[in-house]
Ligand binder design. Structure first.
Ligand SMILES: NC(=O)c1ccc[n+]([C@@H]2O[C@H](COP(=O)([O-])OP(=O)(O)OC[C@H]3O[C@@H](n4cnc5c(N)ncnc54)[C@H](OP(=O)(O)O)[C@@H]3O)[C@@H](O)[C@H]2O)c1
Length: 250
């Protein structure tokens, strides 16, 4: 059977990735704090199971992944995908005005949970089957944007982490592939959160409001298809590569 574990499937890009993989007969295990009834009730070739978890809670995250792995080990799996998509953009605020707990949660969700999950995942499946891991990044990893000090830092950290794990897997000759996917700007709740900041928190807020009014934000199904097309052709995936939706839509 073909299995995909995807974080952040309650809405946005993660929900679209899950739907497209279910259409391609994947059994999807989705994780988020909120459920996704549309996916649970969808009549598609694949199936959907949801695990409710707050990825800011690292012990809960470890426990859920340990349970998922234990369950999957009982099954005859011939394709196993992990898509680490869940992230938060908040706090959108200049350094010096942030709540420490919000910063802690941000780093846990965007950076530490993918690191902890990748570590568990590689250990659990060593010698079983070649793995494919996609980590969803952002252009914010490569430029400094006023108000996005947390987001830019955690996405840059995720980029370096992914690249380093790719180097290790190559050197170890595991055949595992881990890569980055940059979805660029999409019409999701994350974008509404960005637009709700004021100019003292995020200087580019008017530019982002214009993206919405000018219809510049891509639909998540369109973006997800670019990633899913790659996931469905594992031989064509380059370990450690940085793929972008802009590889297809300039
Ligand atoms: N939207 C854009 O323009 C844009 C641009 C570049 C990169 N990206 C990246 O694309 C990915 C998807 O973004 P999106 O726009 O689809 O975001 P979104 O609409 O805000 O959805 C985020 C998903 O992550 C989950 N999530 C967030 N915090 C979580 C937590 N503490 N525990 C568990 N799940 C959590 C959410 O589920 P719950 O709230 O139910 O927990 C939701 O399913 C992210 O990695 C983002 O950084 C987005």
């Amino acid at each position: 059977m073909k299995v995909a574990v995807i974080t952040g499937t309650s809405k946005g890009l993660g929900a679209s990735i899950a739907k497209l993989l279910m259409e391609a007969s994947y059994h999807v295990i989705g994780l988020a704090r909120n459920e996704n009834k549309a996916l649970s009730e969808a009549d598609l070739a694949g199936s959907y199971i949801h695990y409710k978890v707050d990825l800011a809670d690292l012990h809960a995250t470890e426990d859920i992944f340990a349970a998922i792995i234990e369950d999957l080990k009982e099954k005859p799996i011939d394709s196993l995908l992990l898509v680490q998509n869940a992230a938060m953009v908040t706090p959108v605020e200049q350094a010096g005005k942030q709540d420490s707990q919000k910063l802690i949660d941000h780093v846990h969700v965007n950076l530490l949970s993918p690191m902890i999950v990748t570590n568990l995942w590689l250990d659990a499946w060593r010698g079983h089957l070649p793995l494919v891991i996609a980590n969803v990044t952002s252009g914010a990893a490569n430029r400094s944007v006023y108000g996005w000090n947390a987001y830019g830092s955690t996405k840059a950290g995720l980029d370096r982490y992914t690249d380093t794990v790719a180097v290790e897997q190559r050197e170890l000759g595991t055949g595992n592939k881990i890569f980055l996917f940059d979805p660029s700007i999409m019409d999701t709740e994350m974008q509404s959160e960005i637009r709700s900041a004021d100019a003292t928190q995020f200087v580019d807020v008017d530019k982002f409001k214009a993206y919405k009014t000018n219809n510049s934000l891509r639909n998540t199904d369109v973006v997800a298809k670019v990633l899913v097309d790659r996931l469905l052709d594992p031989d064509g995936i380059q370990n450690g590569e940085y793929y972008s939706v802009k590889d297809v839509f300039k």
